[in-house]
Each structure stands twice: as C-alpha cells, then as structure tokens.
Write a protein that binds this ligand. Structure first.
Ligand SMILES: *Cc1c(COP(=O)(O)O)cnc(C)c1O
Length: 397
C-alpha cells in the first residue's frame, strides 16, 4: 500500500495524460503554451475568482503574493505555528518577520484568539507593523476565514490564504442577503490565495507547480509581471526585480487531465474514504481498553476538506502513560502500512527561526507536533485497505 498512490492514478488516467504530453511535445510550445492559459481559466472558474496566475511552485506562489502586496522589511506577518516550513519561510525571504500564532486543537488551523494576542503583543513591542496574516488550510480543511477576516479588517491588514493543501475544500456561508447559503471554494478566501501542484497535493502535477488567485486586477497585473523577471510592456522591458516562475506547458497539460478526474470523482472519493476511516476508528476506539485516545479529524459544520492528509491525534488522556509514536509507525510499516508525521516540529522551534522574537505562546502546536499521525489517503484506495489500516492502527497501539 502506498501513502499516496500516484502510480495507480497514472494507470487510471494514462491514455489521456500520455496524449496530453505528446501534444505538448509535438507543439514545441514548452513555455507559456496554450494549456497554461486554458488551465488558468478553468481553475479561476472552479475556485470562483477573477484571476488565476500559475507559477513554478507553491512557495513561489506565496512569494509572488507577498511581492504584489508590497510586504517587506519592518512588516509582521502572522503565520500558524503548525504548518509546512514554506508558509513562514517566504516571509523571511522577503525581509519581513514571521510571527507565529497558535492553532485550534481540533481543526489544526490558525486560532483567532491566539492571533488577537499576537497582534496586541506586536503593537506593544512597537518594532514591527502588523501587515498581513497567512492562514493555512491545513491538511485540506479551509481555515476559519470569516473570523480571521473580521480581525484583519479591524487591523487594516491583508489576508493571504495558503491553500497549498486546501484546493478542492469548501465552506458553506450565508448569502449576503441572508437568504440561504453559498458554497465558497478554497483559494477564494484571502485578498490573495495560493496553491501548490506538488505531486502529493490534492491536485498534483508531475513535478513542481503552483498558482495564485485574486479578484484584484492591480495585484494580478503585478504578479504577471513579477513571475517573468518583473517585465513591463514586454519581456525585455524590466520595470521591477522579479522571479523566473512559470508553470511548464507540460505540467499544465497534465493538470488539465488530472483536474477533470479531480472534479468528476477524486474529491468525492477521498471524502467518502475519510468518512469511512472516521466511522471505523470511532467505532473501534470505543472497544479498546488501552490508555491511548485516538481522535479522528474534526470537520466543522458546513466545511468540506480536500483531504490532503487524513490525520489522527494520539494522546494519553490520563497523562501518566507513555506512548511511542515511532514504535507504532514501525509496527504498521511491518504490516505494509506507511504513515507520516506532519509536522514533527512547530515553526517556532525550527533552527532557521531561532533568532526570532516570540510574540505568542503556542502550546497546541507543540502538543500536536508530538501527537499527530497521518494515514494513507488518496482517491485510489479501496475500502478493504482502509479497514485494514484502521484495524492495524487500533490493534498495534
Ligand atoms: C506544499 C506546501 C507549500 C509549498 O508548496 P511547494 O509547491 O512545495 O513549493 C506551502 N504551504 C503549505 C502549507 C504546503 O503544504
């Protein structure tokens, strides 16, 4: 069994993917070929925003967003302490300062109360300007953007959605007139949102890729310039310092095939599998007498995850038992079940950030980094495999 089975996916989509790749090779249009614009149009339409600009990877997508918003030296950018390194790395790379905020213990996403505390602490310290929040849709679950937006509005800050794992997730929100609900897709929530097409993400390509989403014409034009060496009226008129960050036509062509499968059944499949995992794990946990508590992922009412990861929490409720996560992983591995720990180190504990001043306590991020375990999750699993993983998890704990 694979943690995320990309070979099975290729076998299922082989004919269309091979044809798409051959067409690009025959066209010779490897950079900014037709498939790039077509993909951007399809993604923008699906997400429900005006502009989608693809780029070389999800990290560059965040960098392009920060550049478009003019974020740099002296700016505080609030980032969840429990995330992939890139969410915070880009802030430092642009000369701004990441401020780590704790996460909600159930959703793993940025905690609004902790954000408020961190902002107050930055104001009191008076060395940095609170400028933006990068909220991450961790493991595929959209962050609490309604609450976060209230805070960024009050503070006059930008809100950036790091949707690298969130693409395909959604939130049901009341319509502006109060009559009924609208479904809002991930990557439509911030002033600017970003995603990644790294192979293991919910929508992955066959290498690196990423995209930026925004409704703002001015920022879209800036990103278009920044991604091609800060071009002006044309490629050899350079009006600002930029990047070389484009999505290859080959990757765009592959993504168009995979996006079709994603919409047709993959997203629905992972949601069914997640439900089955949760049903099995909750059912079995009631019957085990051991001192370990297994908590399945929590999806708030009205939210849908894209299930970038299916992550359980393993905890010792009495507080006096010991539990070794590596031993459990080794036992599962011996049964042919791969598991992963996302993420073993909170951002505030990363060596690269050791010089940073701490503006907020992040106890939930610390606890989660020691207690989480991600199980195999992808659209080409079988129900038998999921049952096997759940049974082995319970019996080896
Ligand atoms: C993967 C990821 C990124 C970076 O994407 P790349 O395409 O690997 O550069 C950024 N943020 C989060 C939360 C991610 O999971």
């Amino acid at each position: 069994m694979e943690f995320r089975d990309l070979k099975k996916q290729y076998a299922a989509l082989k004919q269309d993917i091979d044809q798409a790749m051959t067409e690009v090779a025959a066209s010779g249009a490897f950079i900014m070929g037709g498939a790039v614009k077509e993909l951007e149009h399809e993604l923008a339409q699906y997400v429900g925003v005006k502009h989608c600009l693809t780029c070389a990877n999800g990290t560059d997508a965040l960098t392009l967003a920060l550049k478009a918003l003019g974020i740099g030296k002296g700016d505080a950018v609030f980032v969840p302490d429990f995330t992939f390194f890139a969410s915070a790395e880009v802030v430092s790379l642009e000369g701004a300062t990441p401020v780590f905020v704790d996460v909600d213990p159930r959703t793993f996403n940025m905690d609004a109360k902790s954000l408020d505390d961190a902002i107050r602490s930055v104001h009191d310290n008076m060395t940095l300007r609170p400028k933006a929040v990068i909220a991450v849709d961790l493991f595929g679950l959209p962050a609490d953007f309604t609450t976060l937006r209230t805070i960024t509005k009050r503070e006059g800050m930008y809100l950036i959605e790091d949707g690298a794992q969130g693409f395909g997730g959604s939130v049901k929100l009341p319509k502006p007139d109060g009559e009924g609900f609208d479904v809002h897709r991930a990557c439509s929530f911030g002033d600017i949102a970003t995603t990644s097409f790294f192979p293991a993400k919910p929508l992955g390509c066959y290498g690196d890729g990423g995209a930026v989403f925004t409704n703002n014409d001015e920022w879209a034009a800036l990103i278009e310039s920044y991604r091609v060496h800060g071009k002006g009226s044309y490629k050899y008129d350079n009006v600002r310092i930029g990047l070389n960050s484009r999505l290859d036509t080959l990757q765009a062509a592959i993504l168009r095939v995979k996006f079709k499968a994603f919409k047709e059944h993959e997203l629905a499949d992972v949601n069914r599998f997640a439900e089955y995992y949760t049903q099995l794990i909750s059912g079995m946990t009631r019957f085990i007498k051991k001192e370990i508590l297994i908590t399945p992922p929590y999806i708030p009412e009205g939210y849908t995850s894209s299930w970038a990861q299916y992550t359980v929490q393993l905890s010792v409720p009495s507080g006096n038992g010991t539990f070794n996560r590596e031993v459990l992983q080794a036992k599962l591995k011996a049964k042919g079940i791969p598991t992963m720990v996302y993420y073993p180190t909170p951002m505030s504990a990363q060596t690269a950030f050791k010089e940073l001043h701490s503006f907020a306590l992040t106890p939930n991020a610390s606890r989660l980094s020691k207690s989480v375990l991600s199980l195999p999750m992808h659209p080409y699993l079988t129900r038998e495999e999921i049952r096997m993983v759940a049974e082995q998890l319970i019996s080896n704990i």
